[in-house]
Design a protein around this ligand. Structure first.
Ligand SMILES: Cc1cc2nc3c(=O)[nH]c(=O)nc-3n(C[C@H](O)[C@H](O)[C@H](O)COP(=O)(O)OP(=O)(O)OC[C@H]3O[C@@H](n4cnc5c(N)ncnc54)[C@H](O)[C@@H]3O)c2cc1C
Length: 749
C-alpha cells in the first residue's frame, strides 16, 4: 500500500507541532507559577496597589500577546497571568500609556486608582483650575500625575486658562498699575520644572505679562536626576515651537533644550525665590509672597512638583556641610566613605551610582525591614551590588548623629544599639514634604469627593463583530455570485471548457484572475500587521488595534476571493492546498482568538476565588489558633498543601494521575484534620467549618488547574496560526510561480 504523497511531511509537521505545543505548555505553566508568586509578593508588600493612573485589562479581549509588557518602560507593572495581561506592581505605573497604545486588540485602558483614600490629590477642574478658587491653577506633578509629557500639557493649559481669565476680565492692557504703583501681573508661575516652563512658554506666546519664580534652578526634578539617567518620554510639542521628538533622552540633552528655550525666548524666570504663601485679595487677584518680595497677580500657576522641601533627619550634626539632600553627579565623589539614607528609588540609584566609582565605601541606611515599591530594575541592580558586596545595607536603622569623620546609626532591639561607620559625605534622600500646606492655605481643596469620578471601565467583548460582519457580507455576495453562475461552477472541469462563461470565470482570466490577484494582494496587506507590530521596524502609522482589525478583515476577504478565483473547486494541487491552508489560518485566527479570550477569563475568575479562599484560610487560622492551640496552624498548612498538590501537576501524565488521585487526597486530608481536631478537642462547629474550607479550596484548585491546562493548550493557537501563515505564504508563492511558468495566463484557453 503506497502512502499519499503528503503523508510523510504532514506527519512530521504534526509531530513537530505536538512537541512544540508540549514545550510551550510546560514553559507557560512555570512562567505562570512565578508570575503568581510575584503577584502574591506584590500584594503582601502593597506594591500591587496602583497609586493613580494604571492599566486596566479587558479580559474579554486580551489575547495574551504580551505586547503591553514589552512596551511598558517601567518594569513589572504588567505580567502574563493565565495567558492574559494582569497588573502585578500597580504602584510602579507612572502613566506612560505605552501598554494601551501597543495593545493590538484594544484590551487596555488607562484608568484612575480609587481616589477616595487619597487626601493628597487636589480637586481640580479640567482646565487645571482649583475648584472654588478661580484664577488659581495647578500644573504637573503637584496634581499627582508623574510624567514630563503630562506636566507640559498641564502647564500649557494653565497658561491658556490665565489668558481666558484675562480676556474675561476685559483687561486690554497687560500691566495695570494699582493705587500704590504696584504692577498687577496677568500670571505668576511658581516652579521652573517641565510644567512651569511649558506654562511660561505658552504665556509668552499668548503675550501675557507674567513672571516665573523658582527656588532653585530651572529644570525642576530633571535637573536633579542622576547624570546618567535615561529619560523615557513621548513626542512632546512645546509652545513656541519647542519639540521633544525622541522617545529616550539623556538628562543633559533635555537640560540643554530647556536652557536654550529660556534664553531664546527671554523668559522672565527669577531663580532663588522661595514661595511662602499665596493669598486671595478682595478684588479676585492674588498676592504671591516670597522671602524677598511680594507680587500681585490676576492668576497663579503652582507648578511646584511634589518634592517640595527635602525632608530632614533632625539629628545632631545635620547642619554640617557634608550633608546633602540630592546627588546629581556621582562621578564627583571618589575614594571616600559615603552614607546614603533612604529606601526609595532615588536613594538606591544614588547608592548604586556612588558604588560604581573607584575606591568608594558605600553604606545604605533604611529604617524599614525590606525595600518596598522599588522599580524592578533598581531592585535587581541592588541585589547584584549586595551579592558583590559593593554596598553595605543597614536595614531597620536610623541616623543617631553625624560627626565630622563618622556617623552613628541607631539599631532598634540590637544588643549594641549604636553602630559607628566612617564617613566623608552623607546623602539624605528620604523624600520631601509635599507643598500641601501652601496649597491648602491658598484655597486648594483636597476633598476626594470633589475629584473626578471615573466609572470603572467595562468589558467590551472579543471585538470581532465588525470583521465578522464584513466576512458575512463577503460570503453572502460570494454565494449569490455562485448561484448566479451555477451552471458554470457546477460543471466538471471538461464541461467548463465548453461553457461560454469560461473565458472570464476561469482562474486565469477575467473575474477569476482578478479575484486571484486581489486575494494575493490582500494576503500581502495582511502581513503588514506583523511589520507594524515589530518593535525593530519604524512603521508606526495608525493604532495597532486598527491594524489588527484590518488583519482579520483582509484575511477573511482573501479567503473568499481565493475561493472565487478557484472557481469553487480546489483540487489536490498547489492552489488547492493554499486555499485549505488559508481556511485553516482564518480558523486558527478568529476562532482561536475567541476561545482563547473566553477561557482565561474563567481561569482568572477561579484564580480569584482561590486567592480569596487562601486569604480566608490565613485569617481563620489565626482565630482557630486562638481557641485551639496548634490546630489552626495545622489546618492552614494541610489545606495549603492540598491546594498546591491539586493545582500544580508535572507534565501531561502528571495531570491525569493528579486528577485521579485528587479525590483520594481530599478524603485523606479531611480525615487527618478531623482526627487531629478531635484529638485537640476542637468543637464540632469549628471543625466542620475547617472541613468545609478544605473542600471548597480543593474544588477551586481543581477547576483552576484544569482551566490552566486548557488555556495552556489553547495558547498554542497563536503558534499554530503563525506556522499556518508561513505555510500559506510559501504555497501562494509556489502557486504564483507555477501558474506563470506552466499556466496559460496570457494565452487562449
Ligand atoms: C527618579 C525619577 C525618574 C523619572 N523618570 C521619568 C521619565 O523617564 N519620564 C517621564 O516622563 N517622567 C519621569 N519622572 C517624572 C518627571 O520628572 C516629573 O513628572 C516632572 O519633572 C514633573 O514636572 P513638574 O514641573 O510638575 O515638577 P518638578 O520637575 O518637580 O518641578 C517643580 C519645580 O518647582 C520648584 N519649587 C518647589 N517648591 C517651590 C517653592 N516653594 N518656591 C519656588 N519654587 C519651588 C522646584 O524647585 C522645582 O524646580 C521621573 C521622576 C523621578 C523622580
Amino acid at each position: 500500500m503506497s502512502l499519499p504523497p503528503l503523508a510523510i511531511p504532514a506527519t512530521g509537521f504534526f509531530a513537530l507541532l505536538a512537541i512544540a505545543t508540549w514545550l510551550l505548555w510546560r514553559s507557560s505553566r512555570s512562567a505562570l507559577r512565578s508570575g503568581l508568586e510575584a503577584r502574591k509578593l506584590a500584594k503582601e508588600t502593597g506594591s500591587h496597589h496602583a497609586r493613580l493612573e494604571h492599566p486596566w485589562v479587558d479580559l474579554s479581549r486580551c489575547i495574551g500577546c504580551a505586547s503591553c509588557i514589552r512596551a511598558c518602560p517601567e518594569q513589572g507593572v504588567l505580567d502574563l497571568l493565565h495567558g492574559q495581561a494582569a497588573v502585578v506592581h500597580g504602584s510602579r505605573c507612572i502613566g506612560h500609556g505605552e501598554c494601551a497604545a501597543n495593545c493590538p486588540v484594544g484590551a487596555i485602558a488607562l484608568t484612575m486608582a480609587d481616589r477616595k483614600d487619597r487626601e493628597d490629590l487636589p480637586a481640580l477642574l479640567p482646565e487645571m483650575e482649583a475648584i472654588g478658587s478661580p484664577g488659581l491653577f495647578l500644573a504637573g506633578e503637584v496634581t499627582g500625575y508623574a510624567l514630563i509629557r503630562t506636566a507640559v500639557d498641564h502647564g500649557t493649559r494653565s497658561a491658556r486658562g490665565a489668558f481666558t481669565r484675562k480676556q474675561q476680565a476685559n483687561l486690554r492692557s497687560p500691566v495695570i498699575p494699582n493705587g500704590e504703583g504696584e504692577q498687577l501681573l496677568d500670571l505668576c508661575i511658581i516652579g521652573a520644572g517641565p510644567a512651569g516652563l511649558a506654562c511660561s512658554l505658552e504665556a509668552k506666546r499668548l503675550g501675557l505679562n507674567f513672571i516665573t519664580l523658582e527656588q532653585d534652578r530651572i529644570g525642576g526634578t530633571i535637573a536633579r536626576y542622576p547624570r546618567q539617567k535615561l529619560i523615557n518620554t513621548h513626542e512632546i510639542t512645546l509652545p513656541l515651537g519647542g519639540k521633544i521628538e525622541g522617545r529616550t533622552y539623556q538628562k543633559s540633552e533635555l537640560m540643554e533644550l530647556w536652557t536654550k528655550l529660556c534664553f531664546d525666548h527671554q523668559l522672565p524666570i527669577q531663580e532663588g525665590f522661595v514661595l511662602e504663601s499665596v493669598q486671595k485679595d478682595q478684588d479676585e487677584s492674588f498676592t504671591v509672597k516670597t522671602e524677598a518680595k511680594a507680587f500681585r497677580t490676576r492668576s497663579v500657576c503652582l507648578a511646584l512638583g511634589r518634592r517640595g522641601i527635602p525632608n530632614k533627619l533632625n539629628v545632631p550634626g545635620e547642619d554640617l556641610l557634608k550633608v546633602n539632600y540630592s546627588l546629581i553627579d556621582a562621578h564627583a565623589y571618589q575614594n571616600g566613605n559615603f552614607l546614603v539614607v533612604g529606601g526609595g528609588d532615588s536613594a538606591i540609584e544614588a547608592a548604586l551610582g556612588l558604588a560604581e566609582q573607584t575606591g568608594n565605601q558605600v553604606h545604605l541606611s533604611y529604617r524599614r525591614s525590606a525595600f518596598f515599591r522599588l522599580r524592578a530594575r533598581n531592585h535587581l541592580l541592588l541585589q547584584e551590588a549586595l551579592r558583590e558586596k559593593r554596598i553595605q545595607v543597614h536595614l531597620e536603622t536610623t541616623v543617631h548623629s553625624i560627626e565630622l569623620d563618622r556617623v552613628l546609626l541607631k539599631r532598634e532591639g540590637k544588643p549594641t544599639p549604636l553602630l559607628a561607620i566612617p564617613n566623608d559625605q552623607v546623602f539624605v534622600l528620604i523624600g520631601g514634604s509635599p507643598p500641601m500646606p501652601i496649597l491648602k492655605e491658598a484655597g486648594v481643596s483636597f476633598d476626594p469627593a470633589l475629584g473626578p469620578n471615573q466609572d470603572p471601565p467595562a468589558e467590551r467583548g472579543v471585538g470581532l463583530l465588525l470583521p465578522f460582519l464584513v466576512a458575512t457580507l463577503a460570503v453572502g455576495i460570494l454565494l449569490i455570485w455562485g448561484l448566479w453562475n451555477a451552471d458554470y461552477y457546477q460543471a466538471n472541469a471538461l464541461d467548463r471548457l465548453s461553457n461560454e462563461n469560461d473565458n472570464w470565470l476561469r482562474p486565469a482570466k477575467g473575474v477569476g484572475l482578478f479575484a486571484g490577484i486581489a486575494a494575493a494582494f490582500l494576503i500581502c496587506t495582511n502581513l503588514l500587521y506583523l511589520v507594524r507590530r515589530s518593535r525593530s521596524v519604524p512603521l508606526k502609522t495608525g493604532s495597532l488595534s486598527k491594524w489588527m482589525s484590518a488583519h482579520i478583515s483582509t484575511g477573511m476577504l482573501a479567503l473568499v476571493l481565493a475561493i472565487l478565483h478557484s472557481g469553487f473547486s480546489w483540487d489536490n494541487n498547489l492552489g488547492g492546498h493554499a486555499i485549505i491552508g488559508l481556511a485553516f489560518l482564518v480558523g486558527t485566527g478568529a476562532l482561536g482568538r475567541y476561545f482563547y479570550s473566553f477561557v482565561p477569563r474563567v481561569a482568572n475568575g477561579r484564580e480569584q476565588a482561590l486567592e480569596e479562599a487562601l486569604m480566608n484560610l490565613h485569617t481563620n487560622a489565626k482565630s482557630w489558633a486562638s481557641v485551639h492551640r496548634g490546630f489552626g496552624e495545622t489546618a492552614r498548612r494541610e489545606i495549603a498543601e492540598l491546594i498546591d498538590r491539586t493545582r500544580w501537576h508535572h507534565g501531561a501524565v502528571g495531570s491525569i494521575v493528579g486528577l485521579i488521585k485528587s479525590q483520594r487526597d481530599l478524603r485523606l486530608t479531611t480525615r487527618r484534620l478531623a482526627s487531629e481536631g478531635r484529638r485537640q478537642k476542637v468543637d464540632a462547629t469549628s471543625l466542620s467549618q475547617v472541613l468545609q474550607v478544605a473542600k471548597r479550596a480543593h474544588r477551586d484548585a481543581l477547576v483552576a488547574g484544569h482551566f490552566e491546562d486548557i488555556r495552556s493548550l489553547l495558547a498554542s493557537w497563536r503558534y499554530l496560526h503563525r506556522w499556518a501563515g508561513l505555510l500559506v505564504v510559501l504555497l501562494l508563492a509556489a502557486h504564483i510561480w507555477y501558474a506563470y511558468r506552466y499556466g496559460n495566463l496570457g494565452g487562449s484557453s
